[in-house]
Write a protein that binds this ligand. Structure first.
Ligand code: AMP
Ligand code: MG
Length: 417
């Protein structure tokens, strides 16, 4: 299949200065991808004639569709139109359609055209106008040797309007684009390289038009399977076959698919098994509870939580035995197990989940270094505790602990009849 490749060129000194985040390129890549168009490159240049010309010439050498944003304003600092006219060896003249649309745009807003706004209707003769229904700067489309160049304003909602109404439909019409289908398999509780090791034969069996990407965030790995072809149904069926062969090899780690989140999956399991949950958090400071309560409808299964940061709270509110704390310390299997078990009765729940550890970056000792964290999950039958040795960064530790705790809860729920 012939892959059509796009290049995005965003223009603006403010992007290079780090003052404006290049959300245009991000959004455009996503939309192109949905339409079956691969973004091969993204380039950012300043409001500078030499830089813009160089970017155009490089893009022309490697891409089929070149999408440009920025630098179309009426003021002197915006140079894109003049540079494009020179690049395509074109005069700039008043475009009557652009002028009519501009007058109409201003009229609807009860505003008059001034000279510099009027100049925005002047376009390179060799370009076709791309209407802007949301602003004053018209877009421009150039064609050269089967390639298409489109210049749009930098203002995000104006660019989005042009992309949706004109540019994407035109590209879909004029180029034969493949269908791109994504399936996501979500895993937790295993590192990327261990995961890859387990499925090496499966991964090697993938044909060229099906690709796998590992996208990790805080102990949670998205395995994105992307397939390219001509029919969505065929791809869906083919990928389903591969997923069916994949999952048994990593079953204990797979918690969901596509947009599932771990907290959502845990919520569904709690409802299914008729279990109420209570949480006792120390080092994670409420983050596990936050994940649980981010899911709409969680009142059906979540009773509440205690953030027991100080030892007194562990003793007074959760009833942790003073001897346990004295003998083993707050960061220990014994304490966190008691927390998980006691919070069940304190908050009248079936299952208890608890965390205690040294989130860092300070507070570690030789025995108990930063990143040492215990998590526990208690049911009416027993309590299971897990020791984690994480990293030096406080925020990362809290996020990793949250995923590990939710995953422990998930595993226990699956085992429950
Ligand atoms: P311009 O079309 O260059 O006059 O850009 C107008 C405004 O759009 C700028 O002041 C930025 O706030 C915004 N803008 C320009 N380029 C981008 C971009 N790549 N991503 C997000 N915003 C942008
Ligand atoms: Mg600009």
């Amino acid at each position: 299949m012939n892959q059509i490749v796009a290049e995005i060129i965003t223009i603006g000194d403010e992007i290079l200065f780090g003052q404006t985040l290049d959300t245009n390129a991000h959004w455009m890549s996503g939309e192109l991808q949905k339409s079956g168009l691969k973004t091969g490159w993204r380039t950012t240049v300043g409001d500078n004639d030499t830089q813009i010309t160089a970017a155009l010439s490089v893009a022309e050498s490697r891409a089929d569709v070149i999408l440009i944003t920025g630098g179309l304003g009426p003021t002197k600092d915006d140079l894109t139109k003049e540079t494009l006219a020179r690049y395509f060896d074109s005069e700039i003249e008043m475009n009557q359609r652009a002028l009519a649309e501009l007058e109409d745009f201003m009229l609807r807003r009860g505003r008059k055209l001034n000279e510099s706004t009027r100049k925005q209707a002047e376009l390179p003769v060799k370009s076709e106008i791309v209407s802007n229904f949301k602003g004053t700067a018209a877009g421009m489309l150039f064609r050269k040797d089967g390639k298409v160049f489109v210049a749009m304003p930098g203002i995000p909602h104006e660019m989005k309007g042009m992309m949706t109404t004109t540019v994407l439909p035109l590209v879909k019409r004029e180029f034969q684009l493949p269908v791109i289908y994504h399936k996501i398999v979500r895993t937790a509780g295993i590192g990327e390289s261990w995961l890859a090791e387990k499925i090496v034969d499966w991964e090697n069996s993938l044909p060229d038009h099906i690709r796998l990407a590992y996208l990790p965030t805080f102990g949670d790995i998205k395995m994105r399977i992307t397939a390219y072809g001509n029919s969505k149904n065929d791809l869906q069926e083919e990928v389903a076959g591969y997923v069916q062969r994949l999952v048994p090899q990593i079953r204990e780690f797979v918690y969901g698919y596509d947009d599932d989140s771990l907290a959502e999956v845990v919520g569904r399991l709690l409802i299914e098994k008729g279990q109420k949950l209570a949480i006792a958090e120390s080092c994670s400071g409420g983050y596990v509870s936050h994940a649980i309560t981010s899911i709409p409808g969680c009142s059906a299964y979540f009773n509440g939580s205690v953030v027991a940061y100080q030892n007194e709270i562990k003793v007074d509110v959760l009833g942790i035995k003073q001897e346990t704390l004295n003998e083993f310390g707050a960061v220990s299997e014994e304490t966190v197990s008691e927390m998980a078990n006691n919070v069940r009765s304190v908050l009248n729940a079936d299952m208890g989940l608890a965390t205690s550890g040294i989130a860092g970056p300070t507070g570690g000792t030789t025995d108990k270094p930063v990143g040492l964290i215990y998590i526990a999950c208690a049911t009416d039958e027993n309590t299971i505790c897990k020791k984690l040795q994480l990293v030096q960064d406080r925020y990362v530790n809290i996020r990793l602990t949250t995923v590990a705790a939710l995953n422990l809860l998930r595993r226990r729920l699956i085992e429950k009849d």
